[in-house]
Design a protein around this ligand. Sequence first.
Ligand SMILES: C[S@@+](CC[C@H](N)C(=O)[O-])C[C@H]1O[C@@H](n2cnc3c(N)ncnc32)[C@H](O)[C@@H]1O
Length: 269
Amino acid sequence: MSKDKVYVDGTVGLGGHSIAILEASSPSGILYGFEWNENSFKIAQERLKKFKDRVKLFNKNFISIKEVLQKEGVLADGILLDLGISSFLLEHSKRGFSFQKNEILDMRINYSIKLTAKDILNTYDYQKLAQIFKKGEVPKAEKFAKFICEKRKKQSFETTNDLVKAIKEFFKTSKKNLLAIIFQSLRIEVNKELENLEIALKNLPEVLKPFGRILIISFHSLEDRIVKNAFKHNPKIKILTKKPVTPSLEEIKRNPKARSAKMRVGERL
Ligand SMILES: C[S@@+](CC[C@H](N)C(=O)[O-])C[C@H]1O[C@@H](n2cnc3c(N)ncnc32)[C@H](O)[C@@H]1O
């Protein structure tokens, strides 16, 4: 990684990648960091303080990267998006992201988002719910949506346990994979994750320098498909990874959460 360059981390989280970028581009590389979640942002701010004016952090959605960089009058040499949510949000946010914790079914990455997961489960009509589950590749999406609509007539959905119970009752199983994709499908809807990714992929090549690179790490096929197609259909992008790069067995052993990661890289023409 060269010096005197401008990098963007669109998903700072607690700052792991940002710190690595700042260290590798020392002493003069500049990092613009974006983190939408309020609590992660505060922690990252503390952790990145030592890099002083080499880092500019924004508690914003990564769809605003283009606007911010244009306002600052800079183009980027490299842009990174490490999609999804972090272990920190799953384990400590108390926003109901995990089926393994009994919490209020909120799932908003940022509190300015209007609808929570429980609002969606309790108010969306059957067709809209079925669409969310279908989009999230949940099996028996239509029938499950109908089941949710029947259940909520008796008692509204409030907590993650309420949803877990309904899943177990309908599917007659509590397989982790199934729980994970149903929770994921709701999280994607609450935070408009696929829409945000599409907007970002359209805008980001415009704020890259020639030969600047955009690197996206995704964790499920819905995201990876969007990244693959966006790169393929953007005439300003040369694809550097014909196939997505996946973690080695050794890396998966060290960090099992990386097992489904897929990385694609494009270069600005
Ligand atoms: C997988 S984690 C990133 C971890 C980070 N790379 C690190 O090294 O710690 C994804 C992060 O992106 C944030 N995020 C999700 N959607 C976002 C969006 N649209 N804009 C900005 N941040 C977002 C989440 O809050 C989460 O902290």
